[in-house]
Write a protein that binds this ligand. Sequence first.
Ligand code: F6R
Length: 243
Amino acid sequence: MKIYKTKNYEEMSKKAAQIMAAQVTLKPDCVLGLATGSTPVGAYGHLIQWCKDGLLDFSQVKTVNLDEYKGLTPDNDQSYRYFMNKNLFSGINISMENTHVPNGAETDSQKACSQYNAIIAGMGGIDLQLLGIGHDGHIGFNEPGDSFELETHCVDLTPLTIEANKRFFEKAEDVPRQAYTMGIRNIMLARKILFVISGEDKAEILKKSVEGPVTPQVPASVLQLHPDVMLVADEAALSLMKL
Ligand code: F6R
């Protein structure tokens, strides 16, 4: 794991965006695995700006997002599809048909998940997967205890994740109870992983994930076994690590 230590969130965002931009420049028809949540928003902002400045071209890029709430349609402003359109896709010159998010409107979980696995396989896998981390160590919506073997599947969200995500909804009861997520297997098959983390509140789980034992109880710990992980984290997030 290559660790980039940055001063703060802004520097973390710029570094992460530079790594993503390098991927797009080196392989203009690359497949980017993308994430939602607050952490990547700053990096997406840089990508939008560089694209507007003519420094980056997304016209051949394909994307595949980690996850989506089951039951939310793309026009729902809490859906991850809506988030991606708003925070990245609408600001760059990507073809919308090249962007993929699990189909939250599909009620048949098996169908939604197998279709998504087929999409990823059809694109030849993921060149660079962007990941954030939850306070319980989840990546995508792979919660503690989920098998490392799984591909895209339907999960029941844990109370901790519902609690953490309720900030985006009017009230906790509005947070969907299930989601479709790429599995750890899909993530581990990505050729490169860009892991972004900011803030003191993530310091303990980051330490556990990077310095603790590899265990499904800490889903992100599996990244210790991936051959090409770039961790971009700010000082606050790295504050408990030995380095
Ligand atoms: C989002 C995702 C989640 C988030 C994680 C951290 O697509 O897969 O695993 O990366 O919950 O979220 P933030 O960045 O909001 O702290």
